[in-house]
Structures are given as C-alpha cells and as structure tokens.
Design a protein around this ligand. Structure first.
Ligand SMILES: [Zn+2]
Length: 483
C-alpha cells in the first residue's frame, strides 16, 4: 500500500496539474478522504484487533453500551507503535487493542486522518451483520425456526413483495437483495409472535437500517437515526431476560454509534456502500468465468476483459465520430429489446407516450374471446372500458365491433416503472401488476389461483375519469389498438 500510494503522497503535498471536468487545467492536491473496506480490513488499516473499534478507544467489554469514547489519534497511535517496537512490552499498546503493524502505509500521507477516513458499510454491517446475523437469529431462537418459516410462508401475496414460499431456513446463501426483501416484512411478521419489547428492538434496528440508507440527510433524519439507536439500547435487555443473549459486546453493534458522525463528515452512507464495488464481481469475475471453458480460467478471464475493454473503447470512439450510429454499434449486451416494443406501443397511440412500462415480448394468451376475457379475468365491462380508453386517448368514438374479430391477445403481467423513491431517492423500481386467470389442477400439478391485482390510477391528463378504480387491467397487443 505504501508503494501504491507513494505518488498520492507526493501529489498531495506538492500538487499536480490535472485537466478537470470543466476542461481547464488546475493544480490539484489529491488527499485520502474516505477508505471503503470490510470490517477486518478496517481493523488492519487502523492497526487494531478485530475485537476493537477502528474509530475509537472503546474497551471490548463495553461495546454493547451507548457511551462516547475518545477517538483514536494518528499521532498517538504512531507514537505507541514506535515505543512498542523499541520496548517490546507496553501497557498502552494492549489497552488500546493495537496490532503489531509498525509501519502503517498512511503515516506519510499529507492532510489525512486515517481513522476518520473509514466509512460505514451498509451491506456488511447492517444488512448482513445487524439484520441477518443478529436480529433474525435472535428472533428465530425466540419463536423457533419452524415458526419463523411458517410466518414467512403465510405472508399475503402483494405485487413487488418477495414471497418466501419455502421459508428462510432452507436458503444457504443470502444476497443483499434478499436481505432487503426480508427487512421490508420482518416487523409485520413478528407482530403477535413475540413480546412487544422484542418487537420494539426489531423495529428500532430496522428504523436505523432504513435511515442509514437515505441518500440525503437533514438534521431531522440524523436525529431520528440517533433516536432509533437509543430506543434499541433502552429495550435490548429483554433479550437478556429471555436468555437469547448474555451481553451485546459486539463490534457491529458498537459501530452503529459512529454512523451519524461519519455521515456528517463524509456524506450519506449510501455513497460508501460496498454493495456497489461488489457488483463488479459480476462484471469482472463471474461473467469472465462463464465465458471461459472452465480450465486454466484466469488467463482466459484476463483476455476476455481485455477484449471487453477494447470493444468499449472502440464503441465510444465510433459514437464520437458518428453519434447517430451509436445504437447499431453498441455491444449486444447493452441493447434493450423492450425499448423497441415500447416504441411501437407509443406510435400506436399517436401520442408521445413516455415509455415507463414494460410487457413481455409475446402475449401470455393469444386470440382470447371477449366471453373468456369477461369470465376468466372477471372483466365484465371490458368493451365499454376499451371504448372509453380509446375515446379519451384519441378524442373520437372508436367502433370496436367492426374490427372483424372479437378476439384479443392478452398479457398476464405488466411492469410499471415508478419514479425514484421519495424517501430514499433510490432509482426506478419496477412494479409488477398481475392479471392472470385461474388455472385448473392438471395431473399432479395443483390448481393455481387467479391473481387479479387492484390498481388505483391517477390520470393527471384526464382527472375527471369515471372509473378511478379498475379491478382488473386490460393489456392489449399494439396491433389491436392500431385497428
Ligand atoms: Zn468506536
């Protein structure tokens, strides 16, 4: 690390001329401000044992309490390490929980305090650590694994909520997405199954996890975050009473105390989430491995990555030379087929409709009669609704009957992209809306019940619509609408 960062130390001290985003040449002094790593590496960087906190001097038997401790100081730590190297025995070295890393890489970096550079880690500390390794295990040991599975299985089906049909005990590997899906329903699942105080513990920790993921913070959200942590510490003793835990002296529980300070210093924890760099495992490791013949794969993966990079550079160059040819020259993996489909749909309505929904490439059922649509989909007013829709969109009466056929292709699912979350500011989410009929039992396959989601629609263009509530959605092929 010292070798790697040597140019950074020199540039930080003396400055270096660089072309910035505004196109001008500036003299820049780059300094190390944030260091994103897992907890074991954080401890290694901070030269302390993994049972201790890399930010402050908390004793390992006091980690479970909500107390403030003095922050670690670079000058003090370097002095202690230097004296330890000379004397071999030093009491301060042990009380501060230091490790024998006598020549840390950060000692020569200018304007850097390594202990304030370490960032909170939402994926490993909160989703995998606090939620999965601690909270779920505590609650499972209270209500038993079987009961926990039963609660997950009994969850009501709802669009965009993940259904854990087999419970959670049989899953061997959890991803960040699954943790988030569990977090969405966890408090609801526990209601009535555990003591109210356990429910408060779960709610306060989940509140903290949700606040920590906000992309933007105010004093109010940070105060709410601190309040939820206080609530956890106020009620946590119920777990000791129930015999689930003997104490809470765990570095992950203690690390929650440093979130607010860190967010104030470095910005929202979402910006430092290790989930983003972990995503690169897919692009740089998993995809490369899949492309190899699985023998001597390292060399093949490196070559494949070089090819990908070359294609990318060539694509960027060609796009710069001929901007209009961009879409045809793009690498195949970047082309999204549904865009083409949405384009047709938009054309069909003779109006520049924004493409904020998705349907499958082919209909779920072809040439379904109106009688079937009315009976299978419980869509009794299908034709009048279709007429109203066409009139509202096209401004004149459209006759449905003369089309020559009273059969329609039907899609069972529609995906609507909602805008960024108002609360967290996270990107677009696809909401699945289902309109699938009942499928009778056949052979050994059990009957599949009908799934007809209720949709509340706010039509800003036509606020006086007669039917704000539609209990079944009608999805038509573009060709039919075109007629
Ligand atoms: Zn600490």
């Amino acid at each position: 690390m010292s070798l790697l960062l040597r140019p950074l130390a020199e540039a930080g001290r003396h400055g270096r001329e660089m072309v910035c985003a505004d196109g001008y040449l500036h003299r820049v002094h780059p300094i190390l401000a944030a260091y994103i790593v897992d907890f074991p590496e954080q401890c290694l960087v901070a030269c302390n044992k993994e049972s201790r906190c890399p930010w402050c001097l908390v004793q390992s038997n006091k980690c479970g309490d909500l107390e403030e401790w003095a922050s670690r100081s670079m000058a003090d730590t370097l002095k202690t390490l230097y004296r330890m190297r000379k004397n071999k025995r030093l009491r301060k070295f042990d009380t501060e929980g230091l490790c024998a890393v006598f020549d840390p890489f950060w000692k020569d970096l200018p304007f850097t305090d390594i202990f304030t550079c370490l960032t909170p880690d939402i994926l490993h500390q909160l989703h995998k650590g606090i939620f999965h390794d601690h909270l779920v295990q505590w609650c499972t040991s209270i209500i038993s694994e079987k009961e926990m599975d039963a609660h997950f299985q009994a969850m009501t089906q709802y669009p965009s909520l993940h259904q854990f049909k087999k419970g959670i005990s049989s899953v061997s590997q959890w991803t960040g997405t699954e943790h988030k899906e569990m977090e969405r329903v966890f408090v609801g699942l526990l209601a009535g199954a555990v003591d109210d105080r356990v429910l408060l513990v779960a709610r306060s920790l989940l509140d903290f996890i949700y606040y920590a993921q906000l992309q933007r913070h105010t004093d109010i959200t940070l105060a709410a975050m601190e309040e939820s942590l206080k609530m956890f510490h106020h009620h946590k003793h119920v777990l000791v009473e129930l015999g689930v835990r003997q104490d809470f002296n765990m570095p992950k529980i203690h690390s929650l105390q440093h979130y607010v300070t860190s967010i104030r210093a470095l910005g929202s924890a979402d910006g430092y989430n290790t989930e983003y760099p972990e995503q690169l495992h897919i692009d740089y490791a998993k995809d490369g491995y899949c492309m190899s013949n699985k023998r001597d794969y390292v060399e093949q993966m490196a070559l494949w990555l070089q090819h990908q990079e070359a294609i990318h550079y060539k694509t960027v160059y060609l796009a710069w030379r001929r901007p209009r040819a961009l879409t045809t020259l793009c690498c195949r993996r970047y082309v999204r087929p549904h865009l083409f489909y949405e384009h047709i749909l938009a054309l069909t309505l003779f109006k520049p409709v924004k493409a904020h929904y998705k349907v499958a490439k082919t209909p779920s059922r072809c040439q379904v009669s109106i009688a079937s649509i009315e009976s299978d989909y419980n869509a009794l007013d299908f034709l009048p609704a279709l007429e109203r829709f066409l009139v509202s969109r096209l401004g004149r009466c459209w006759m449905i009957q003369p089309i020559g056929s009273d059969h329609f292709d039907v899609y069972n699912h529609l995906y609507i992209a909602t805008g960024p979350s108002v609360i967290s500011g996270h990107g677009r989410i696809l909401q699945k809306i289902r309109a699938s009929p009942q499928i009778a039992a056949r052979g050994r396959k059990a009957e599949t019940p009908a799934r007809l989601d209720t949709v509340f629609m706010m039509d800003e263009e036509h606020p006086r619509t007669d039917c704000p509530i539609i209990n079944c959605i009608y999805l038509l092929t573009p060709s039919i609408v075109l007629h």
